[in-house]
Design a protein around this ligand. Structure first.
Ligand code: SAM
Length: 268
């Protein structure tokens, strides 16, 4: 057997398959999720069930979204877990998570995410922030660093602003490549995301906020007068009380929201 074969399954690179293979890390992740009977739990990319099994043992039931048909089937047919799982075979990036919400409880979403699609998947998940109690995701450590970075840091970018717009983000566990089979080339980390309440998320259009971040960070070495020239004149930036000679990396979340709301009010 090559190290790509784990529990009889050949890992598929195109699905970002690196299976967790370390009991102590799995324990730490399950402790962070803290599953309980009655929780509305959802796992993205359960794979061979490394986190699925201990979570189901504690919660009694779990919904999973898995893209790989073979793995989804394996879970449906699983001798102990099968009856406790609701398996959706398909792409989590297209999945409407609001369909899983019930009146009693918000969603608790978790997963060791496929690293090749983690950023678009996170952006998709942010759209359901109102329906989510918390999320725990294993990601590349570098991605977690970007999610939690603040102004002035090299890691600060669109992912930082949008993550922190929707959620409080806290790194909780560091995970070396040796904990996976096959081992990824990068270090990993688990991040806890606690959605902020809707009232504190005061962008009038998240689409515009996202566009402002895209433009501002697209050429991050440029000053705002240049990087935002498609959206605002220098005078308009000044009108907002922001120095146009600053770069995106110096602009706070609050200022990005102010820029986006000004565009919404004046240029729509
Ligand atoms: N949870 C397992 C573990 O920790 O061992 C597997 C994690 S592996 C890094 C990522 C999992 O996500 C794989 O099972 C893969 O098939 C699945 N996956 C990849 N892309 C997906 C997508 N777009 N939607 C849902 N699942 C996906």
């Amino acid at each position: 057997m090559t190290d790509k074969v784990h529990l009889g399954h050949r890992a598929r690179k195109r699905f970002g398959q690196n299976f967790l293979n370390d009991e102590s890390i799995i324990d730490k992740i399950v402790t962070a999720i803290d599953p309980k009977p009655g929780d509305n739990l959802v796992e993205i990319g359960p794979g061979l069930g490394a986190i699925t099994e201990p979570v189901v043992e504690l919660s009694g039931k779990l919904t999973v979204v898995e893209l790989d048909r073979d793995l989804a089937e394996r879970l449906i047919e699983h001798p102990f877990m099968g009856s406790k799982l609701t398996v959706h075979q398909g792409d989590a990036m297209k999945f409407d998570f609001s369909t899983l919400v019930d009146e009693q409880s918000k969603l608790k979403i978790f997963g060791n995410l496929p690293y090749n699609v983690s950023t678009p998947l996170l952006f998709h998940l942010f759209e359901f922030a109102d329906q989510v109690e918390h999320m725990h995701f294993m990601l590349q450590k570098e991605v977690v660093n970007r999610m939690v970075a603040g102004p002035g840091s090299k890691a600060y970018g669109r992912l930082s602003v949008m993550t922190q717009y929707y959620c409080h983000a806290i790194p909780v566990i560091e995970v070396p490549p040796t904990c996976f089979k096959p081992a990824p080339k990068v270090d990993s980390a688990v991040v806890r995301l606690m959605p902020k309440d809707a009232a504190s998320r005061n962008a009038k259009s998240t689409k515009i906020l996202n566009t402002v971040c895209l433009e501002a960070f697209n050429q991050r070495r440029k000053t705002l007068r240049n990087s935002l020239s498609n959206l605002l004149t220098v005078e308009e930036i000044k009108q907002l009380g922001i120095d146009p000679s600053l770069r995106a990396e110096n602009i706070s979340l609050t200022q990005f929201i102010e820029i986006a709301n000004w565009i919404y009010d004046n240029k729509q």
